[in-house]
Design a protein around this ligand. Structure first.
Ligand SMILES: [Zn+2]
Length: 75
């Protein structure tokens, strides 16, 4: 599992939507066989969802629409 540190670094970029499709496949393949990394991934992914939903709850309607658009583009 010498790949773990590299994968965790890529993981943050992955969650930010900054990786290519090839990088994603590489990470997902690693997560498939490595439960510590998979747990880290689950935690980070969940954290980001919470942060995003809190942001969306607390902003005015116009800004909320802009965030929603940005999130859509990211997805
Ligand atoms: Zn790993």
């Amino acid at each position: 599992m010498s790949d773990c540190n590299e994968t965790l670094k890529e993981l943050y970029l992955y969650l930010d939507g900054q990786l290519t499709e090839d990088d994603r496949v590489h990470i997902l393949q690693h997560l498939d066989g490595c439960s510590p990394c998979l747990e880290a991934y689950d935690f980070e992914a969940e954290l980001r969802i919470v942060v995003k939903s809190r942001c969306v709850d607390q902003v005015p309607e116009a800004l909320r629409a802009r965030i929603a658009n940005a999130l859509e583009r990211e997805a």
